[in-house]
Design a protein around this ligand. Structure first.
Ligand code: C2O
Length: 508
């Protein structure tokens, strides 16, 4: 195994990926798009992050990585670290044993949609699918806003917006552009690693004239499954194998189309689609995509993990999260689990766990606004999530891939277990899953990874409005792993931490 080291100087740059408006964007080493992190299974990844944003803190989270034994490298500000203060630096250092398609992003209040998000790929010399393809290509889809997050967020959570309508993106991007061509060769097979790095919009993705074979979701290998269209929520990933045509007669469009059901209003002139092209012959035209009449994506609930891990039959600890959106006394709209809207604690929850000795198993020490759940070592945990809201939400758990053992259709209401419920015997596992409007999901995982792990909606607006819970998994085991081991750059971040101020260093 190797060590791969990245020196990231994080600062404001200007970017104009949809050709409409140059805007301040968070770049790395003076550039945007930011670079991918690429490693091979077993490697150590070191990221030396320097915060040159000028006047706000930052952080990096490596979405989907289990961080087994390295909870303090997980990234979320106020949870496993203090924000990296302006002018400060911070080292992330961990090994990765999980192959697959991931991404990394800021986990500081509302920041990643301003640009600080990129792919993270872990190659696997032993992939069970390696004989299925010749080459691989990374495609990122995302939504894009012309305005900066701090202004959008201030308006979003305010008395001006009592209904909680989320800002609608201005456009969609693929590989951070609207002008992507992918040169391919006839008669070859390609692995497309597709990532939705968006802040809000789920996207339908399809390739005209080509069939996809899904072989991985969120880092979990699956039994190959054919699909003509996939639906990717914010933060989900799919690897698909595509066999190209045997001739160079034509080029083909591929499309990402934002799910407009998520939008409370559809602004005039919004183009929800971004188009790219599989280019067989540069001299031939790039055809416009056909209109789609019905969006019929593959249902990920039917996927089977390649390792055929059986369902956790016996649940030791079931917890229920009832989701709702409502106004607080200040007239602004917030999101709630069980009537609590999450507020980031002053001291990162991990540090509280490490400093409180035997009391770490007492949920009350973590503060009543952190939506905390203490999990015992190795118990099988079930999360029942009831969505009492007419919106779709993509839920993500840090530190694990969970089994999705049940998912209702729209409008099913709260989950009611019954003896006739039949669960899949080898349920799909992933780290981000969609719950349908006014529906429910049931997730299971084994608490075998000591750490403080967030569970949250991956719509960045909903993180800001409080749709977050904290899993404090095996706190005493976590103390044995990490007490006295928090590195100096992490402790220094807390000493220097400054409160974020309005405005940004790009001069707006
Ligand atoms: Cu993509 Cu809390 O993370």
């Amino acid at each position: 195994a190797a060590t791969v080291t990245y020196d990231f100087d994080i600062s404001w740059v200007y970017a104009n990926p949809d050709g409409v408006q140059n805007r301040p964007t968070i770049g790395i080493n003076g550039k945007w798009p930011i670079p991918p992190i690429i490693a091979t299974k077993g490697d150590r990844i070191i990221v030396n992050a320097m915060n040159s944003l000028g006047n706000e803190s930052t952080s990096l989270h490596f979405h989907g990585l289990y961080q087994n034994g390295t909870n303090h490298m997980d990234g979320p500000e106020s949870v496993t670290q203090c924000g990296i203060p302006a002018g400060g630096s911070f080292t992330y250092n961990f090994t990765v044993d999980q192959p697959g398609t991931y991404w990394y992003h800021s986990h500081t209040h509302g920041q990643y949609p301003d640009g600080l998000r990129g792919p993270l790929i872990v190659h696997d010399p032993d992939s069970p699918h390696k004989d299925l393809y010749d080459e691989e290509i990374v495609l990122t889809f995302s939504d894009w806003y012309h305005d900066l997050m701090h202004g959008l967020l201030a308006d979003f959570i305010s008395i001006k917006n009592p209904g909680g309508a989320e800002p609608v993106p201005n456009s969609a991007l693929v590989n951070d552009t609207q002008n992507l061509t992918v040169s391919i060769q006839p008669g070859k097979t390609y692995l497309f690693r597709i990532i939705n790095m968006g802040a809000f919009a789920a996207q339908y993705v399809w390739f005209e004239g080509h069939t996809m074979k899904i072989v991985e979701v969120d880092g979990i290998y699956t039994e190959p499954a054919e699909a003509n269209m996939i639906y990717m929520t914010a933060a989900q990933r799919y690897s698909v194998v595509i066999t190209t045509k045997n001739s160079t007669d034509a080029n083909f469009a591929f499309v990402g189309s934002m799910d407009q059901d998520l939008f409370d209003n559809i602004p005039d002139g919004l183009n929800p689609n971004v188009t790219g092209w599989l280019v067989y012959d540069e001299k031939k035209e790039k055809p416009a995509p056909k209109e789609v009449e019905a969006f019929e994506p593959f249902d990920d609930f039917g996927l089977v993990p390649q390792d055929k891990e059986g369902i956790y039959d016996k649940v030791d600890h079931s917890l229920t999260l009832n989701l709702k959106m409502d106004n607080l006394g200040d007239g602004a709209n917030y999101a709630f689990f069980n009537d609590v809207t999450y507020m980031p604690p002053k001291v990162p929850t991990l540090y509280t766990t490490l400093s409180t000795g035997p009391n770490a198993t007492d949920p009350t020490i973590y503060g009543s606004n952190t939506n905390q759940f203490v999990l015992e070592a190795n118990e099988v945990v079930e999360i029942v999530l009831n969505n009492d809201d007419p919106g779709k939400h993509p839920f993500h758990l840090h530190g694990h891939a969970f089994q999705v053992v049940s998912r209702s259709e729209d409008e099913a209401g709260a989950y009611t277990p019954s003896s006739s419920t039949s669960f899949p015997q080898t349920p799909m596992r992933r780290d981000t899953v969609l719950v349908h409007p006014n529906g429910n999901i049931v997730l299971r995982f084994k608490a075998d990874n000591p750490g403080v792990w967030l569970f949250h909606c991956h719509i960045e607006w909903h993180v800001a409005s409080g749709l977050v819970a904290t899993m404090i998994e095996d706190p005493l085991g976590l103390q044995r792993q990490l007490s006295g081991k928090i590195p100096e750059s992490h402790l220094q971040a807390c000493k220097d931490s400054n409160t974020p101020t309005e405005g940004n260093a790009a001069g707006n």
